[in-house]
Ligand binder design. Sequence first.
Ligand SMILES: C=C(OP(=O)(O)O)C(=O)O
Length: 549
Amino acid sequence: MIKGIPVSEGIGLGRAVVIKESEYTIKKTKIEDTDAELRRFLDSIEKAKEQIRKIKAATQESLGKKNAMIFDAHLLILDDPEFVNMVRGKIEEGINAEFAIDESARFFENMLLSLEDEYMRERTNDIKDVALRLIKNLNGEEQIDLKNLPEDSILIAHDLTPSQTAQINKQNVRGFVTEKGGKTSHTAIIARTYEIPAVVGVEGIVNRIKDGDFLIVDGYEGFVYVNPEEDLIKEYEKKLDEENKRKEELKSFLYVESKTQDGKRIKLFANIAHIEEIDAALKNGAEGIGLFRTEFLFMDRSQPPSEDEQFEVYKTVLEKMEGKPVIIRTLDVGGDKNISYLNIDKEENPFLGYRAIRLCLGNKELFKTQLRALLRASIYGKLKIMFPMITCIDEVYQAKWIIQEAKEELKKENILFSQNIEIGIMIETPAAAVISDILDKEVDFFSIGTNDLIQYTLAIDRTNDKVSYLYNPLHPAVLRLIKMTVENAHKRGIEVGVCGEIASNQEFVPVLIGLGVDELSVNPSKILNVKKKILQTRFEEENLRVKEL
Ligand SMILES: C=C(OP(=O)(O)O)C(=O)O
């Protein structure tokens, strides 16, 4: 048994398909006919471009424009005069094309690795990917074909690149196991989107497993069993059976209205961080998006996304949701989410520092660019804009003022935007909950971010394992703040949602309902589980339980 990080729930049984990139020992040879060698090199470039364009089109179709953009970077490398001329120069000196490509790629990889910028360092993978493709083309070697995987395959790889996941025939895949990656890695996101069990961060797995080994992937616990005993296979087959039955049973709730036994309606929305997750949200019956974490658009790059780039993403989300409400949270970085190009100073207490709305109000252009993109996209659906980490009314005034400025600018430029965009805030600091009767005068809705609310109320760093035992969502202090927020909002006639992780957890759903929340926003894969719990809950009973808080 091997342990890794579970990133996509589910159980998979099947045979290993090991994706081992060929390890080339590229020999340097002396070339007499340099013109012919140059032609070989240029042909391999043309072939690579054709291959990449095809993969890009397939990715765009299955995973959307943003995921397909990575292949633009690959095409740019193939057109980069510095790279092409360096290889050409070496060939003209009489060096074989394979060696010239390898040496040039290493030169640029080392150059990028020497930079401080994490994003640039990560681009070395793109150069490696392109160089390998060129060398394989020169050798007439087929690129790994993932379109025709055998039934019940479990993919084992160092990491799955976007070009690989774009080609996979999903019906035949029962699991992913990779050496690299974490909860937000590309493989993890794709696995969750396709609902394929996945375990990542398993060091050395590529060399420990052979093609055809029988595997069990436990995406709940992060276990991978290699050629297990018959008893264990039986045990897991039983679990898989139960899982499939549970899934089937949950499907029966898909078209059932989300309300408690005694008729209290609870809206059921989805949390997303990437547009690819919308399909899973819709498939599971999300009535809207309760939290789109836009910060992920700003990560893994060297500069912020442009207004147009953001506009395209927000427009896509709104269009895909076809008029259902979409709450888009403005940039929430700082704390544990660092973005190198924003040059945030190292802080002693980053969670109490320059983050979220504070950072946006201090970087007006960055903030306004996002707001303009949101306003422009607003005509494509039902947009609601939400500000994170509010602690005082002044922040709400300032943020709304910048929205007003963005609207004036767009009007002058004759650019349309919706006149009915609701503005809301996250209630994720005790201060915001305590003054919710002041804040509610200025906004149209609240969404309680319990992940942060719990950390700030109980003074526990949510990323520190040593104090995680104190992270208690049912602590009376937390429940009182939620209760207070809901009561204030309802007096003013505005709705309250919960978008923190506790809304996805069946254990906490009844208490949130009892506290009177109107909407729960949960992980797409948890929507039907939560709906089942809502249907079993009696509001009056739960409400009585929290009366005396
Ligand atoms: C949803 C929340 O925000 P984050 O993205 O910081 O988890 C929260 O704090 O509950």
